[in-house]
Design a protein around this ligand. Structure first.
Ligand code: ADP
Ligand code: MG
Length: 220
């Protein structure tokens, strides 16, 4: 089972990843956008961290809806409402239970990803965050690691695509040859699930991600 603490660790791991990778995300956005994706997400997840510390939400669903609200109110640009919708809708789908299964998370996350598609009007292959999120949602039913790998592969696969949504689409064919920044950051969000499941020093994961068990113990 995944408890409220797991979801706090997920958001904390994402905040740390965004801090670590902010320059790379901004570099990607400077190639096909306006060079603010790293700073946008840094501002957003800094606000998420502060809000979670202040409000201490009591359920997994409440952690994600609070995080989503923070992203919507603090991140300017396209990615704020889209990420905010992803987390809010996922949180809403988790309901009010104190613990959820990884299967319930996979289902809720799929609902969140679908809401991103609805809000932004993008589909697979449009060179957006959905190109990482859609394959991740499909793989999440197997394991967190499978979802992480699918999101990473999906983000890398945006390189040869031409953007059909968002700011990068204004570039037309010149958007080809660059990884989409939102897909890259979405891969970080999904990778953060693995980190939340296998906190450093814990020795082993909770095993709730299923499929093959988590025997690696990453560095401990
Ligand atoms: P902005 O484009 O307003 O500067 P960001 O730089 O923070 O916002 O985020 C850009 C990312 O948002 C893109 O790389 C893309 O992944 C994502 N994005 C933009 N528009 C859409 C959309 N309509 N649907 C899904 N994702 C989108
Ligand atoms: Mg931008």
């Amino acid at each position: 089972m995944l408890d409220t603490d797991f979801f706090r660790r997920w958001m904390a791991a994402m905040a740390a990843a965004v801090d670590r990778e902010a320059d790379r995300l901004t570099e990607l956005d400077s190639a096909i956008g306006d060079a603010d994706h790293g700073s946008n997400l840094q501002r957003g997840f800094t606000a998420v961290t502060a809000a979670l510390a202040k409000d201490a939400p009591a359920t997994p669903g409440a952690v994600l809806t609070l995080a989503g609200r923070q992203l919507i109110s603090t991140v300017g640009g396209a990615s704020g409402p889209l990420y905010g919708t992803l987390l809010r809708r996922t949180g809403k789908a988790l309901g009010e239970s104190a613990e959820v299964t990884s299967g319930q998370l996979a289902e809720a996350f799929s609902a969140g990803v679908a809401a991103v598609g609805q809000l932004g009007g993008a589909r697979a292959g449009d060179k957006t965050m959905l190109d990482a999120l859609l394959p991740a949602a499909d793989a999440l039913g197997s394991s967190f690691r499978a979802a992480r790998d699918a999101a990473g592969a999906g983000a890398r696969a945006t390189v040869p695509l031409q953007a059909r949504k968002g700011r990068a689409s204004y570039l037309g064919a010149r958007s080809i040859g660059h990884e989409d920044p939102g897909a890259a950051s979405s891969a970080l969000l999904v990778a953060a699930l693995v980190e939340a499941d296998e906190p450093p020093g814990a020795g082993e994961g909770t095993g709730t991600a299923g499929a093959g068990g988590t025997t690696d113990g990453s560095g401990s």
